[in-house]
Write a protein of this length. Structure first.
Length: 530
């Protein structure tokens, strides 16, 4: 296979290796086998493979069922006044709805979409103020139906409202959440096809029910997805297959020491990076290897190291030698500057419209699956996520845990060239402190010359948490979890949301340190002072 550089990539010294990866995937018939649901592309053992490939056929399935699905969603807003829709979910159940809410905003005649994926009391109080129970539809979203955060959010919302006409769930058939919804007489129980993992569920009911409620153009979203399936499918030319090109570049990057896939997205779609981050980190960060996604990072003026691959989101590849000066601040202009200094760039077509977004979802899903095939990684399980959950339960059973603080300079002193510094902040992602942490992120990157990610807990436990524990050992984790100013009780529990959040932070740190990861907790003031 020869990747067309004008159409898909300007990879420089990485081009030969990417071409070899692409040729290997083509030689293994990866495209056809994926679309045929052949799990042996990744493993002979079908466990968490044979029952995780429904994200490809679901696109046509939901397109056919769309009229009925639209009617069901409209029915939720016809019996009661609904000005807000509150999605309560974690990871794959929350991140794509968050992308929709932030990318498209409100639509006239439709309720405003909100997402709650935090146990931070300040975050819950913020959402409570924005979503009065008397005009809010509460949508609990969980594949398993047993996610502790989502079940806690649901009980909190139920105590505030108690009106079953204002509640619905999206879940898998036979889950505890579906049973509970029927017992309480919720307005709707949406059951998803069960052979789709959470992070591949954007174009299933987990993403489309919130989209329809919020007035997003779902027909365009699915049309774009269908076009991507054709562009990347068995009948497409491998030389212009965007998912194959992205997969080849990322896998070659890992093999060549450029495992930090840095996504450069237009501001209008920057929230899409959160979804990409989970998809890539949780799918590929395991077995001591993987792609490290870097999203939401303001690009620096200084030089980057030799551990980066830049994935540039734009409509199509441009003629980089013809970019005018007044476009140098644009995404394409940034790409031109990166190429000028010898950094490898691969194109990722995505714009802030529904059709383009649907196309981008499918390209990213296929590319991630094929990187797994190229690296020998199983992209549909998450073996290290359970460790943090188990550690959290241990801390809760102990009644809590005192976590000693580590000297920040001691942690930062352990960084080496090519490492990845993960800032893990257990606080409200909408807090003013979040912007301050972003500035700290940039300063630490420039000071130490390493890629720096910023995640908010407990959200990242369902996203990059797998990568932190199971991915490359070239990682240093810096955790902050300041005391909460107030507590919010969880109905039916003998602890509140703040206690749960602190147990999650302590449990995750315990799981990291048990694996020998360089990790510690520091004070928020010490981190902000950097």
């Amino acid at each position: 296979m020869t990747i067309s550089p004008d159409a898909l990539a300007t990879l420089g010294q990485l081009a030969e290796a990417a071409d070899a990866v692409g040729a290997d995937l083509v030689g293994r018939d990866a495209v056809r086998r994926t679309f045929a649901g052949d799990h042996t592309l990744w493993r002979e053992d079908p466990t968490e493979l044979a029952d995780r490939l429904g994200w490809i056929p679901v696109v046509d399935e939901v397109r056919a069922a769309l009229p009925d699905l639209r009617d069901r969603c409209a029915g939720l807003c016809s019996q009661v006044t609904v000005e807000h829709v509150l999605v309560m979910g974690m990871g794959g159940s929350s991140l794509f709805p968050e992308v929709l809410a932030q990318t498209f905003g409100g639509h006239e005649g439709h309720p405003t979409l909100h997402v709650l994926d935090s146990t931070d009391p300040a975050a819950i109080a913020r959402v409570a103020a924005a979503c009065p129970p008397e005009c809010t539809l509460h949508l609990a979203s969980s594949k398993s139906g047993s996610t502790i955060e989502t079940r806690s959010h649901l009980e909190w919302a139920w105590e505030r409202s108690g009106d079953p006409a204002r509640f619905a769930v999206v879940t898998d058939p036979g889950s505890e959440l579906g049973d509970l919804a029927r017992e309480r007489g919720f307005a709707e129980v949406f059951e998803n096809r069960p052979d789709i993992g959470g992070r591949y569920s954007a174009l299933s009911l987990f993403g489309l029910v919130p989209a329809l409620l919020a007035g997003v153009d779902v027909e365009a979203l699915l049309a774009g997805a269908g076009e991507a399936l054709a562009d990347c499918g068995p009948d497409a030319d491998p030389a212009t297959n965007p998912a194959l090109a992205l997969a080849a570049a990322m896998a070659a990057g890992v093999e060549g020491g450029r495992d930090k896939a840095t996504f450069v997205l237009d501001h209008a779609v920057d929230t899409f990076g959160l979804w990409l981050e989970q998809l890539i980190a949780e799918s590929l960060g395991k077995d001591g290897t993987g792609v490290v996604p870097i999203v939401g990072e303001p690009l620096g003026a200084g030089e980057y190291g030799h551990d980066r691959l830049f994935v540039v989101g734009c409509e199509a590849a441009a003629a980089l030698d013809e970019v005018p000066e007044d476009a140098r601040g644009s995404v394409v202009g940034t790409a031109a500057q990166l190429v000028d200094v010898g950094q490898p760039v691969v194109w990722f077509p995505v714009l802030a419209d529904a059709r383009s977004l649907g196309h981008a979802v499918v390209v990213a899903e296929l590319a991630t699956a094929w990187v797994g095939a190229a690296l020998g990684v199983q992209p549909f399980d998450q073996p290290d996520v359970a460790a943090a959950k188990a550690a959290t339960n241990e801390v809760l059973a102990e009644g809590g845990a005192e976590v000693p603080e580590t000297d920040l300079d001691d942690l930062l002193g352990q960084l080496h060239p090519g490492d990845h510094l993960a800032l893990q902040a257990f606080l409200d992602p909408e807090s003013p402190v979040a912007a301050e942490l972003q500035a700290v992120r940039v300063r630490l990157r420039d000071e130490h010359g390493v890629a720096v990610s910023l995640g908010f807990g407990p959200r990242f436990l369902h996203s990059t948490g797998q990568l932190h524990k199971g991915g490359p050992r070239s990682i240093v984790c810096v955790q902050v979890s300041p005391p909460d100013q107030a507590e919010i009780p969880i109905p039916g529990r003998d602890f509140g949301f703040g206690h749960l959040k602190q147990a999650q932070a302590a449990g995750d740190l315990r799981a990291l340190q048990d694996r020998g990861i360089r990790a510690g907790r520091v004070s928020l003031d010490a981190l902000l002072a950097r």
